[in-house]
Write a protein that binds this ligand. Sequence first.
Ligand code: SF4
Length: 228
Amino acid sequence: MTDLDDWLADGDPGDADWMPHLLGLATRGQLGHTGRLLLDLPALSQRWSCVPGMCSPGMRTKRARSCCADLEVGVSPTEEERIREAWTEVEAHMADDPRWSRGAPEAFDDGTLTRPGRRCVFAKATPDGLQCGLHQLEDATGRARGALKPMPCRLFPLVIVEMDDGRFFITAIHRRTARLAGSRPAAAFPCLGATSQTLAAGCEDILTGLWGKRTARRIVKLAEEAAS
Ligand code: SF4
């Protein structure tokens, strides 16, 4: 079972009806595909780059929002268990965060990460903006990406929808999808439009991790063609 299968099996699939959006894409010739994957080309070809200095509280414009400060992050039971198993290391790594200095705060609340001080319990405030403590700990200890960092954080701003026929629809936070994805509006995230690279190119690592290098390259190519 892959990380994605595991997360989908454990997680809450949501109740959004994506079919009208898919039909709209198909009608406009904007629905790409490769193998078992359907692609939202407008969402994947928009410009994106993670720039914490543009969205972190204290550094951002009034309307800007951040995935690590403002979104509720759901974790599967497996993900919660992995983090709890590494708790001694997590606690040591987070110790320089003022919210952790007098003991670890409660990190989980009914399948979501808590947000003490109005940011994710694992989000460290740095001069460059919020940085993920779990991501840093994975790198510092040679763990693979996803050993600790939850799937929604690895995916953001990608959104993966499992179809009834077993295929996957790959989309992302976009002005036409944010409501369906249960997100803040796309315009609230300054990372969208922050660079010249397509969102698919910026997310090539996670796409490679989930579907392999060849498929990831194909998705990036289709998004780049759609952008040109
Ligand atoms: S777990 Fe890490 S990436 Fe996810 S919201 Fe928290 S700080 Fe951000």
